[in-house]
Design a protein around this ligand. Sequence first.
Ligand SMILES: *Cc1c(COP(=O)(O)O)cnc(C)c1O
Ligand SMILES: [Zn+2]
Length: 398
Amino acid sequence: MDRLVCYDCGETSPAGEAARCACGEPLWFDTDGTEFSWPDASDGDGGVRLGRDFLWRYESVLPASPPGGLAAAAGGTPLFRAPSVEPADGPRIHLKVEGTNPTGSFKDRGTAVGIGRLDGPVGTVSHGNMALSVAAHAAALDREAVILVAEDTPDSRLAMIAQHDPHLFRVRGEYGRLYEDTLEHDLGVAFLNSDAPLRVAGQKTVAYEICEAFAPDAPDAIVLPVSSGGQASGVWKALRELDAAGLLPAVPRIYLAQAARCDPIARAFRRGDARVEPVEGEPTAAVSINNADPPSGTRALAAVRATDGAVVSVSEEAMLAETERLAADAGVSVEPSCAVATAAVRKLAAAGEFGPEDDVAAILTGSGYKYGPSEADGSTVREVDRADVPDAVREIVS
Ligand SMILES: *Cc1c(COP(=O)(O)O)cnc(C)c1O
Ligand SMILES: [Zn+2]
């Protein structure tokens, strides 16, 4: 596992040298998964080894070893069917709740694997979930972390990241270019950016977990929100490996969801293009997937085409309604960025792409508790005097 390979042209390169192929496409680890079989939970010490059996359950196909600390807690997230959010005559929806990761998003998977392999200072270009994840994992191992945030990052977000005591830089100038800058300059800091090969390797474990939960069967489809295309690449990598290992009766289709206000991958899909081009995005409530020029966009598009899936744009209204539905009907609080996944399932079911016999796993990528709804829904809040509490409650439950 010391080699990277290009999904597109097949060129290889030693791990640690470049994150991109000469052809311009991103590289990923050249893992040979053909020998992989589902680990036996009762193997070895006679039971689940708590804290080692989350994503490290798949250590044989990961380019890292568990480094201890918080990285032991990444992955192993719940997957459950949620009939209350299934559309009539639609598919069975299984929610993969990534908000239960230690810092509240799937980013911990990539960070855990990255920090398990790398020595010395780590960094990232992010002001959101990735920044929080890298700062926390570095703190757990007493490593230095360099976090580059955009100038307009709200103070509340900065404070959340700052509690882990990283080196935080608020950067003036074109933030979008920083990703490339960190690839070009050797700063003595290993940058775990959105689609870095180590991150993609860690993030593939979400699809290993989903498929293992269905084994020896498999879900018909996996639906996820997409921004840089890093996680979508990881899911595709996992399905390729599991298919090569003979563990999938049929390869699940990959469906990607974007906010209509910033949907470069969906546009390329609709046009039938082979490459994703940058767009002029508009502001959207889907802040974690607002990426007008996704570095792994073309690879994500290839994943969709190879598995016979689709890329769906979700309107702002549908996304916000879905965020409320997931919280009120399934009890799962998510960011609007995640709600595009089940909103896309709804859209695809209405278009006849899924039927009642289909099992669809929707990845809810991050918790809604961190950034929170901005105000409480008025219908659920009542002002009441202490003496009136018994009557007020009886009125509701009777
Ligand atoms: C980062 C993030 C995404 C997008 O993942 P990519 O790998 O960049 O495509 C989706 N949802 C949430 C909550 C995120 O934090
Ligand atoms: Zn290439």
